[in-house]
Design a protein around this ligand. Sequence first.
Ligand code: NAD
Ligand code: DAU
Length: 348
Amino acid sequence: MKLLITGGCGFIGSAVVRLAVAEGHEVVNLDALTYAACEENVASVAAHPAYTFEHADIRDRAALDRIFAAHGPDAVMHLAAESHVDRSIDGPGAFVDTNVTGTFTLLQAARAWWEGQGRPASFRFHHISTDEVFGSLGPEDPPFTEASPYDPRSPYSASKAGSDHLVRAWGHTFGLPVVLSNCSNNYGPYQFPEKLLPLFINNIKHLKPLPVYGKGINVRDWLYVEDHARAIDDILHRGRVGETYNIGGHNEYRNIDLIRLLCQLMDKKLDRPAGTSEQLITYVTDRAGHDMRYAIDATKLRDELGWMPSLKFEEGLARTIDWYLENDAWLESVTSGAYQAYYDRMYN
Ligand code: NAD
Ligand code: DAU
């Protein structure tokens, strides 16, 4: 298949690109190269004859029309987004622009292309979304299912909920063959160090404070990024049109427990005395509107498509730490320049 993947220079998008090339697909990676992008993330496939890069913005309809006409994709895998909750609190406008208006513009371009081709039933528009659209759970609540009501509570999750609604509407009203997936917290290589795990790995490396929001008792469900990419690939090939699939790791952790585990592993890997990293833990003012708990019921994906997470969390976490320690140059390059100004504004 020829796949148009948006956001392919980001964290999850690059894992999807690398997997798609390995699976023998032709890949067109469309990315605006925002602060969160890194071309190094796709360096392993950049010279592959099946790979093309298009530097474009999903809000630019003329560029999208040109790209659809030039490449004639069989499917769109839409991952381009503003993705960090803290930035959405700091500056929500970019989230509405890219996640809502950008998704609308991409839907219109995809629809025009698809209608021009005679509305092939085999076409897919896969929207990659988040579990945050379902809101926040209490400690004893059952996990989110595909039928859970939407209750987004941050500018980020509201903008992703808006884009989910647009995608479903384009399926319902115009017949565009859409499919959606809502995933829990991803972790793994190439994640921009504004998110919890790479930020804390980097800070531990440099013996800098670990800013834990509130009491550290918020719960997230963690999934290794390559397992997410595999789920997206399964949904592309075997998912049913018009359906939504929840994707999760069956792997809930309170932030503080995860951070303590990370500290212990990092002490060992860096050959430092036990307890060194834990001393860096610093409780700071809580995130505004901080969702307490996310948890995903991925039964539908397992029963229909046979997907399960492949990695145990301790194994995935150890692999992730090793990757960041071995890829010092990557971490240094993405934490230089504008990152320092961001860090100072958010944390100092
Ligand atoms: P990311 O921030 O690492 O990467 C986003 C990519 O999109 C970057 O390469 C960026 O340059 C590109 N982009 C941003 N705005 C663009 C625009 N206007 N036009 C074209 N490209 C643009 O994000 P991520 O963590 O890899 O998340 C990818 C997708 O998966 C997002 O839609 C996100 O909502 C969703 N998601 C993320 C997680 C997670 O844990 N990170 C979990 C579930 C769902
Ligand atoms: O659930 C899926 C979502 O997971 C994705 O849709 C988002 O794109 C992704 O960013 C992620 O959102 P979170 O807000 O859960 O991830 P983050 O890594 O920012 O934070 C994880 C938890 O750690 C959260 O409870 C906030 C807390 N935290 C985060 C940072 C950056 C801290 O305590 N300190 C920090 O410095």
